[in-house]
Write a protein of this length. Structure first.
Lengths: 451, 251
């Protein structure tokens, strides 16, 4: 993939390639206005590329956008191969990025973008799952919508198919069960909301200024939405199935077809219970571990010489199945607090030839975890401190707090500042839960047919 | 400021991550980034960053309100590997318990040389694995886009001495009398790192007579301690117990 493009600010030679080059990995935003395409870099530098026509500018805006977007997303082959540089490139990058020649020589290049885009790159694989999840929900929503609009017709058709009355007699539209319709509408609303959040989560974010919004969606809304909706859909489905199984049909009187549908409803209810059991199965098999864990932990601490008489006295049980099933979400306000009161400090300058050598470390940034000023990521490797009072900045004497160092995962191929704490629980929308959603939908479909 | 004191907020405080658990115990939490493999860095670079991070906490921590005498390291996946390795190296170098405890969640904590040899000689099992070997870049060990053999080669630095690098990067190599008490979470169905990593590390810790607590849940995958899953709850329980014990210590 081409990483460097001619810098329009530099004078070009006859071959057109002697100008400076813009490291597109540093690009945060691509905008077009008339014949001018503007590239916004993380260090607030702007580059304007002028074209002859508006359509040409729009075309290149799209091209650049896709290139930039591609560079933002984690790619396994990205780092493995040397980054190509256009022939004849002689000038350096005017930004804080590394020189093209050094990039070509040294594959061990730390991209400043790496720091700025860590959340996106880290969770790329999860976002793929998210997109699948979104698509599955979209499909279910379409099914449900079609079902809702065609339910009365289907019911009357099925009635006429099952009944032994004369086929020439026109059948009147059967009144829809209001409770079932309400449940279906709730179900559709929940699905639509989940779809909306999922699409938001996977939507491209051309500018990193929107990263807080994205994290807001990912860590808060999506988590809460998906998990709550899974529960809500399960309850709704269960209620629908119960209605289907135990409600007595008003008209016509009991027929063979109704009995079949009743059995179908009961079967769906059994399937629903099986799904719930399947959902709980991973936790149920962990119960023996949970029973044994307190004793194991006591022995472990004793062996480490750390055991204290009251250390474990007030600890809650290791495993709470109710919490597992409901899976309460992280409160949005908590996520806000986490990022609002985070202190970010550069603990190590950027190694080797990468970044802005000699730039003094930027200390004690407050904000949303590096999301508001991406240029700081070029200063070096960062750490974030949680749980220390602001008073320390003024030199006030306070007791020192013990410190838990958390290192994120994915570092072999990726890396992120906050993932180690599982603040962003994105994997909750894994395929298992998607499958369960689908099963719930099928169950509801069957129950609706039964009603 | 207590980060959990958001009483004015509308939403109830029901956090499902390790951060509030540590904060509630009165601990400060330091989350740190390190050079990543996506930029071409290798395992030794990452360990070096983790060691520099530890050094920063020990030297600069007091100025930031951090107690350098009570340090616990936690990590997940690659973070577990790097954090555990850095803790072992730091304790061995200082001949002291600089790191009081480690919580390693589903990381490559075993003998990487043996793991690499196992993958290198592995014969494809089943049609799916066989077909995967026919694809470009396919491997018999590729699972969900993850190839442990390729990953091990990557973190070992490719052209460098593979065996020497893998030996250095194996936590089992550094287990000794100064190894910190370690809690290990590793699912028996972990599709990235097999349970042999836990067996290797358990054996090494046993030989060194160092305390180890393993949590090996079933029916869970890599990165299983998400949300309110059983692995999360169990690990949180062990983490809180460890934090309380370290905090109550006299050192």
């Amino acid at each position: 993939m081409q990483h460097y493009y001619p810098d329009d600010k530099k004078d070009r030679g006859p071959d057109g390639m002697k100008g400076g080059h813009i490291d597109l990995r540093l690009c945060a935003l691509v905008l077009v206005a008339g014949k001018v395409v503007t590239l916004h870099l993380h260090d607030k530098t702007k580059y304007r590329l002028r074209f002859g026509q508006n359509s040409e500018a729009a075309h290149w805006k799209n091209e650049l956008y896709h290139v930039v977007k591609g560079l933002h997303v984690y790619r396994p082959t990205h780092a493995a191969s040397p980054r190509p540089s256009p022939a004849g490139s002689v000038s350096n990058t005017p930004t804080s990025g590394k020189r093209p020649d050094s990039a070509q020589k040294n594959q061990n290049s730390f991209s400043p973008m790496q720091g700025a885009l860590l959340p996106l790159g880290t969770r790329c694989h999860c976002e793929i799952i998210q997109s699948l999840h979104g698509l599955s929900i979209a499909a279910m929503y379409l099914f449900a919508s079609k079902l809702m609009t065609s339910a009365p017709k289907d019911v009357s058709d099925s009635e006429s198919a099952y009944s032994d009355s004369e086929p020439s007699e026109p059948s009147e539209p059967e009144p829809t069960d209001p409770a079932g319709l309400l449940l279906l509408r709730v179900w559709c609303g929940c699905s639509l909301f989940a779809l909306f959040c999922s699409l938001l989560a996977v939507a491209p974010v051309p500018t990193l200024d929107l990263w807080f919004f994205k994290i807001f969606v990912l860590s808060g809304v999506l988590h809460a939405t998906v998990l709550t909706l899974v529960t809500l859909l399960a309850v709704t489905t269960g209620a629908g199935l119960l209605i289907a199984a135990f409600s007595s049909p008003k008209s016509p009187p009991r027929t063979k077809g109704v009995g079949t549908r009743r059995r179908l409803g009961l079967a769906a209810l059994v399937a629903y219970v099986a799904c719930a059991a399947l959902l709980a199965l991973p936790a149920l098999v962990a119960v023996p571990l949970a029973v044994q864990l307190p004793a194991d932990l006591t022995s472990f601490l004793a062996a480490a010489g750390l055991a204290q008489p009251d250390t474990l006295a007030e600890m809650p049980p290791p495993l709470d199945l109710a919490t597992y099933m409901v899976d309460p979400p992280c409160a949005l306000a908590n996520v806000w607090e986490y990022y609002q009161h985070t202190k970010e400090i550069v603990y190590k300058p950027v190694p080797s030839s990468v970044g802005t050598q000699g730039q003094p470390p930027i200390e004690d940034w407050s904000g949303f975890g590096g999301l508001t000023n991406e240029s700081r990521s070029t200063a070096g490797l960062r750490l974030a401190i949680f749980g220390v009072d602001d008073g320390l900045k003024k030199g006030a004497e306070q007791s020192l707090k013990p410190v838990l160092i958390s290192l994120p995962g994915g570092g072999w191929y990726r890396g992120s500042l906050y993932d180690g704490l599982q603040v962003k629980n994105l994997q909750l929308t894994d395929k298992t839960r998607c499958m369960l959603l689908a099963i719930f939908f099928v169950g509801y479909h069957v129950s609706l047919g039964a009603t | 400021m207590n980060l959990l004191a958001c009483r004015s907020c509308f939403f109830p405080c029901l956090p499902q991550c390790y951060l509030p658990a540590a904060l509630e115990e009165g601990w400060a939490v330091v989350a740190a980034e390190y050079r990543s493999g996506s930029a071409g860095w290798h395992g030794r670079d990452m360990v070096e960053d983790a060691l520099d991070l530890l050094t920063w906490v020990l030297k600069e921590g007091p100025r930031k309100g951090l107690n350098p005498r009570k340090v616990v390291v936690m990590g997940g996946s690659a973070g577990a590997h790097i954090g555990l390795l850095a803790s072992l190296v730091a304790n061995n170098a200082a001949k002291d318990k600089v790191v009081k405890g480690v919580v390693a969640r589903y990381g490559a904590i075993g003998n990487l040389t043996a793991a690499y040899a196992e993958h290198a000689s592995r014969v494809p099992r089943g049609l799916g694995e066989l077909l995967s070997t026919l694809q470009p870049g396919g491997s018999s060990t590729r699972v969900r886009g993850w190839d442990e053999k390729a990953a091990l080669e990557h973190i070992a630095g490719g052209g460098k001495s593979l065996e020497a690098e893998l030996e250095y990067l194996s936590p089992t190599t550094h287990v000794g009398p100064w190894a910190p008490p370690t809690v290990v979470l590793h699912s028996t169905q972990d599709e990235f790192y097999s349970s042999r990593h836990v067996a290797d590390f358990t054996s090494a810790m046993h030989q060194a007579k160092r305390p180890l607590l393993t949590i090996e849940p079933r029916l869970h995958s890599h990165g299983c301690d998400i949300g309110s899953t059983a692995p999360f709850q169990l690990t949180k329980y062990a983490l809180v117990g460890l934090l309380r014990a370290v905090n109550a210590g006299n050192e």
